[in-house]
Design a protein around this ligand. Structure first.
Ligand SMILES: Nc1ncnc2c1ncn2[C@@H]1O[C@H](COP(=O)(O)OP(=O)(O)OP(=O)(O)O)[C@@H](O)[C@H]1O
Ligand SMILES: [Mg+2]
Length: 250
């Protein structure tokens, strides 16, 4: 068990390409156990590529990913999952013809021992019980997002990576999903989330990192960042140098 504040996930000088295109360019950050860290940035900034590379779905060109001090850069995705890195991908990616419960079972395949199992997911989302035999394709976007989160949780991740939870969902649904995060943190899950909705990211994150065309333009705690700094980093209006606002994780 990692104690709160101890560094859990380290991304060191990560560079990732899609063919000729450099999607993530020399990005480094450290995630402490128990924090909520948000990566923000406009369309195409490299946010999804970053998360997919951390879990091993896309190869890094250079750089390292360390979990608890162990280099997992060459570890296959399934092993990274059993070591505690679980991704809720952009667009949910459920198996549409499988039922709710079958989708959740997929997540138990490489599960670590821990507080989350299918029953616990049903306790978090009580509506799922009556609909566990329904096909995922018949669920609303918000319901599908909940199943996608449940599927990642049953693996008992140490770091839960969330890619644009709010995409395509009504604000009230987004609020309900974000309201779950404190409960997950209380159970020892560390959260790395990607958001295009900057206000939402600022509300929940202890620290944020802004990407612009694959490069880090800003790192800091929401409390210490001004709106002008964030807008400058997000849209590339400020000078090109990276701004770091020193902060302590909670
Ligand atoms: N499979 C792919 N093949 C080629 N280029 C890709 C691929 N996936 C992403 N890219 C490109 O890499 C860059 C980063 O894309 P990525 O999806 O990581 O950005 P993002 O920040 O997640 O954007 P969004 O907010 O739209 O989800 C973009 O220029 C994108 O067009
Ligand atoms: Mg994306």
């Amino acid at each position: 068990m990692t104690t709160p504040g101890q560094s859990l996930l380290e991304v060191e000088n990560l560079t990732v390409h899609h063919g000729q295109l450099c999607a993530v360019n020399d990005v480094s950050f450290t995630l402490s156990a128990g924090e909520t860290f948000a990566i923000i940035g406009a369309n195409g900034a490299g946010k999804s590529t970053m998360l997919r590379t951390i879990v091993g779905l896309h190869p890094a060109t250079s750089g390292r990913i360390l979990l608890d001090g162990t280099d997992v850069s060459a570890t296959p995705t399934s092993k990274r999952l059993s070591k505690g890195l679980a991704l809720v991908p952009e667009g949910r990616r459920l198996f549409p013809s499988l039922t709710v419960e079958e989708n959740l079972k997929v997540g138990t395949h490489r599960a670590r021992p821990g507080p989350f199992d299918i029953e616990r997911v049903y306790a978090l989302f009580p509506w799922m019980v009556a609909r566990k035999r329904q096909r995922a394709a018949r669920l609303s976007g918000g319901e599908q997002q909940a199943v996608a989160i449940g599927r990642a949780l049953v693996a008992n991740p140490r770091v839960l990576l969330l890619d644009e939870l709010s995409l395509g969902l009504a604000p009230v649904v987004v609020q309900r999903i974000y309201a779950l995060l404190p409960e997950l943190l209380a159970d020892g899950v560390t959260i790395l989330l990607v958001e295009q909705d900057v206000t939402q990211a600022m509300r929940v994150a202890s620290r944020v990192l802004c990407l612009l065309e694959g490069r880090t333009t800003l790192v800091g705690s929401p409390k210490e960042l001004t709106r002008a700094q964030i807008e400058g980093a997000y849209f590339g209006l400020a000078d090109e140098r990276e701004t770091t606002v020193e902060s302590m994780p909670p």
